[in-house]
Design a protein around this ligand. Structure first.
Ligand code: SF4
Ligand code: SF4
Length: 151
């Protein structure tokens, strides 16, 4: 897979995303299978000498099922967007027949990146500047951290 296929229209580098080919979904599925086999839900429904935490079983189970089902199998470009659904940035690029926002002159003032900002901050726009400077095949080793909590 070349660098362009690993780079989403918005400038994010999909191999850095925690969902791509993740381990947590596989491990969560294994845990779900094991817990089902030993019928832990029935154990958790009765007061336990091990503590009251098991009363939160339903919430825990909901999150565990979500973890088991959120593995991403393909980067954005070949996969048609996150979960196979095009976001507003991808649709905008495709309407303009751009390979990515790095072909656009309106990046700085574009407000379509708002949904990425809580987790990724300015990373996508910073990456786009790197792509504009170095080209799509030679920018990846200059990319910013994916998540705002990464140092
Ligand atoms: S397509 Fe979306 S979910 Fe999949 S790796 Fe890229 S950013 Fe992550
Ligand atoms: S307006 Fe430009 S920067 Fe904004 S999403 Fe569309 S192509 Fe990307």
């Amino acid at each position: 897979m070349n660098a362009k296929d690993k780079t989403a229209y918005c400038g994010i580098y999909c191999p850095d995303c925690i969902h791509l080919h993740n381990q947590y979904s596989t491990l969560s599925q294994e845990l779900l299978t094991h817990l089902k086999k030993i019928e832990f839900d029935k154990y958790a429904s009765i007061e336990s000498p091990f503590g009251a935490e098991f009363t939160h079983w339903d919430k825990f189970s909901t999150v565990l099922h979500k973890l088991a089902s959120t593995q991403c199998e393909n980067p954005c470009r070949p996969g048609g967007g996150c979960s196979g659904t095009a976001c507003k940035i991808m649709m905008c690029c495709q309407e303009k027949e751009f390979e990515g926002c790095w072909e656009c002159n309106d990046v700085e003032q574009c407000d379509k990146f708002d949904f990425l900002e809580p987790r990724c901050g300015q990373m996508p726009k910073n990456n786009i500047l790197k792509i504009k400077t170095h080209g799509i095949e030679n920018w990846a080793d200059k990319r910013a951290n994916f998540y705002i909590w990464q140092k």
